[in-house]
Design a protein around this ligand. Sequence first.
Ligand SMILES: Cc1cc2nc3c(=O)[nH]c(=O)nc-3n(C[C@H](O)[C@H](O)[C@H](O)COP(=O)(O)OP(=O)(O)OC[C@H]3O[C@@H](n4cnc5c(N)ncnc54)[C@H](O)[C@@H]3O)c2cc1C
Length: 464
Amino acid sequence: MSAKTFDMIVIGAGPGGYVAAIRGAQLGLSVAVVEREHMGGICLNWGCIPTKALLRSSEVFHLMHRAKEFGLKAEGIGYDLDAVVKRSRGVAKQLNSGIGHLLKKNKVTAIMGEATLAGKGKVTVKTASGTEELTGKNIVLATGAGARELPGLEADGDLVWTYKHALTPKHMPKKLLVIGSGAIGIEFASFYNTLGADTTVVEVMDRILPVEDAEISAFAKKSFVKQGMKIMEKTMVKQLDRGKGKVTAHIEANGKVEKVAFDTVISAVGIVGNVENLGLEAVGVKVDRTHVVTDEYCRTGVDGIFAIGDIAGAPWLAHKASHEGVMVAELIAGGHPHAVKPESIAGCTYCHPQIASVGLTEAKAKEAGFDIKVGRFPFIGNGKAIALGEPEGMVKTIFDAKTGELLGAHMVGAEVTEMIQGYVVGRRLGANEEDLMNTVFPHPTLSEMMHESVLDAYDRVIHI
Ligand SMILES: Cc1cc2nc3c(=O)[nH]c(=O)nc-3n(C[C@H](O)[C@H](O)[C@H](O)COP(=O)(O)OP(=O)(O)OC[C@H]3O[C@@H](n4cnc5c(N)ncnc54)[C@H](O)[C@@H]3O)c2cc1C
């Protein structure tokens, strides 16, 4: 069988891989993308998109309960869990089929099958109908990541769930334990808690959402507790005893172990890169724990092999994967793209209230030796927030006192995931405090708080 030859072979069609393939084809490269399961990867099928569809249902449910506040009547409010899940799966399916169309439109050869590196420039693909050999000068590894499983806390799909089970529940948990308070754990905790599950979140670090600014974590915690969630920090789940319809969790805090019964556990303790069975050793690609080692241009050190997205390490975010995909395609096509800077990539958590941030936290800025100026603005001081009935939240900005550089921005509250991009653009353009203060923000918008926070850092705040 003769091998098909391409300029660029992409393994994995998640937001890293399919975007790299499309950009490569736009630049005139002949491109093949190999996908073993589903176009769009985790992001479209089991991650970003279906979680946001579920969270939208819980958000509407929450708002329906507040109908009276808005002068409206809503009676007999309830939900149909199967219909909530069906909508979420439908949204994922709609977008998934769109990827096939985009690849076709861009003349990318899409192959459904499992790919393995078979030597320099060689890829073997196991498809439903046999084996295909591909050759290419450039290979882009975009195989993503899966859920991390801790010994004893492994998912079984019945009592203990990973994100895949949590996205397709057959029943509503009555008493739910979420292990891990990163974005994934907190989003599921928020969804299930809003729909009525008695929810406990256990976090081993000293605060929930540990990568966020400490003030934002504290704000979010207060809000979640007000909504009825139990939050246990500096706490560890040591063991899960599985019984009939019940799991007893051994929860350790301050050296003491407490046994608590739950009917459902969601394990959200991180992810591991899909590096297994890819043939990485055969071609000399280096792996550190479960991630491929790369430089800032996603080069693996082996000529013609790149790694992008989740398999290449943190931050594990779809937009980072896509941006790296574009960068690598441009590099392969002979361009001179900018390296992707992790510190300029925003992180968003779509819980209620939402959380969004970019750049350094206050603690990290101090640790790095910056003399800083900090601005804060509360949602309660913003007209649009009051009109929306969303007075809970804050915007925090951190500047280098010497240069006025925006070092970090951190927000909690309604729609902050839509607003953070304003600061990201500012950082990308090298905006300083003057540029941000001289920018006119439309009124009434929540974004005015972004302006006020900057003004506050320089003692010029107007509305508080
Ligand atoms: C519950 C959840 C919620 C999330 N929410 C967000 C969010 O709101 N925002 C955000 O930015 N990120 C979110 N993420 C993270 C986001 O999904 C990932 O960062 C993103 O999908 C990574 O993209 P990727 O292209 O690197 O990998 P993936 O999306 O994982 O895609 C990799 C693809 O490679 C395929 N593959 C693997 N091995 C092979 C092989 N040998 N041959 C062929 N194909 C192969 C896989 O089937 C998969 O389709 C979430 C993740 C989860 C789990």
